[in-house]
Ligand binder design. Structure first.
Ligand code: SAH
Length: 397
């Protein structure tokens, strides 16, 4: 078995069961493994530490499959997949949604592999050399363990570039008609159109499921501004919860069309909703200049900082929109604000929002912390798995 020998002292993170080894920790490589091949990670005195996938072109040079000296083969992956499926079963997610995350990479002991279930279709995203090396085996196992027949691949996330992998999308197993690339999913009693080919991520933002429900519960009789509304996840829920009005803003005209279709699909009162195509940063300024105000503002922007390196610029972006939102919020109003940037942790995000309130001259309280849904779990040994955080802030009247 090829092996990577670490520099003295660089085994510490592995002893805490963190699954990544950065290139700077590597002392020496025995029998250069192929891209994605399994190899052993050894301490500087050649003690076994872990068995991992090799990523020759990435800063993250190795990702651990197992901390045991056990074979990494189809049966190994079958056990991991079964355990991930069992965790979702225990969570009871199928009782209220037919679309959910079945495998969440490092959090499920399967670095690089994301599998989302949309009805009877699995959508697979392979993000690393290791998951790519085992992709065909993983695809077969996923069908065997779920009893399903179709897998659509959406390996088109930017992070693949860092692994030296090209984007790949299309049918991986089974067959799918053109119509069924776009279909609807059900979540907490609401229907949403999903396009597996063109939708963001694997087709939709499954991670916001519980937070969409929370917005439904909070929106009654409110005048709501839904910023970065995409296909209307929060807009639909605000309307369903009895909002007086919803103004939905996004820079994508296509997303706004789907937002309208989702409102119609759920037989909601279309006359209470208005769609506005534009840049949130500019529109919030315009609304401020026009002295407009709202009872509830939702901010769910795209990832400003995929990694910690972009955190500073991202922090400015978050502060800007949150500051403007605090100004537009009526006394007694609620701000629901999110960050899905991996590079900004929950503590930093809270500080940014606090800074925004301070500069806006607003006294506000956090009344709730929001997270990604439980089918996107976070391994205690891999805190990087926690990326979505939200705050519900109340501005006293
Ligand atoms: N809230 C959505 C997900 C938001 S995704 C949901 O729950 O489903 C981020 C959205 O922000 C995308 O639809 C993208 O088109 C939009 N967007 C990105 N930059 C923007 C900007 N500067 N102004 C307005 N919309 C923007």
């Amino acid at each position: 078995m090829p092996a990577v020998i670490l520099r003295p002292g660089r085994e510490k993170s592995l002893l805490r069961r963190h699954p990544w080894i950065f290139s700077g920790a590597v002392q020496h490589v025995d029998e250069e493994p192929a891209s994605g091949e399994t190899m052993d990670l050894l301490s500087s005195d050649r003690q076994f530490l872990a068995r991992a996938a090799y990523s020759p072109s990435s800063q993250i040079r190795a990702r651990v499959w197992t901390f045991e000296e056990e074979p990494v083969d189809a049966e190994f992956f079958r056990r991991r997949i079964r355990s991930a499926i069992e965790a979702r079963r225990k969570l009871g997610v199928e009782a209220h949604a037919d679309a959910y995350r079945l495998v969440y990479a490092e959090s499920d002991g399967l670095p690089g592999l994301i599998v989302d279930r949309y009805g009877d279709v699995l959508v697979l995203q392979s993000l690393t050399a290791g998951s790519e090396f085992w992709k065909e085996t993983l695809a077969d196992l996923l069908l065997e363990e779920t009893g399903l027949t179709t897998i659509y691949e959406r390996s088109d996330a930017d992070v693949r570039e860092l692994e030296g992998l090209e984007a790949k999308t299309g049918l991986l197993r089974g067959s799918i008609s053109t119509q069924s690339v776009q279909f609807s999913i059900v979540e907490h009693g609401m229907r949403y159109l999903v396009n597996l080919q063109h939708g963001h991520k694997t087709g939709s933002y499954l991670d916001q499921r519980e937070n969409r429900l929370r917005v439904r519960e909070l929106a009654k009789d409110k005048e709501v501004l839904d910023c970065f509304c995409y296909t209307g996840g929060f807009t639909v829920n605000a309307l369903a919860g009895g909002a007086k009005s919803v103004l939905s803003v996004d820079s994508s005209a296509d997303a706004l069309v789907l937002c309208q279709e989702n409102i119609a699909l759920n037989h909601l009162n279309e006359s209470r909703q208005t769609a506005l195509e534009g840049d949130v940063f500019q529109l919030l300024r315009r609304f401020r200049d026009e002295n407009r105000s709202f009872d509830m503002i939702i901010l769910d922007p795209p990832k400003f900082a995929p990694t910690a390196a972009q955190a500073e610029g991202a922090a400015r972006g978050y502060k800007d929109i949150n500051l403007l939102a605090f100004k537009l919020l009526r006394p007694g109003g609620t701000l629901v604000t999110f960050s899905c940037s991996g590079g900004i942790d929950a503590g930093l995000f809270q500080k940014i929002v606090a800074g925004a309130a301070l500069d806006a001259g607003v006294e506000a309280q956090i009344v709730e912390h929001l997270f990604q849904a439980g089918d996107h779990p976070v391994s205690l040994h891999f805190p990087e798995g926690a990326y979505l955080k939200g705050l519900v802030c109340y501005k006293p009247g």
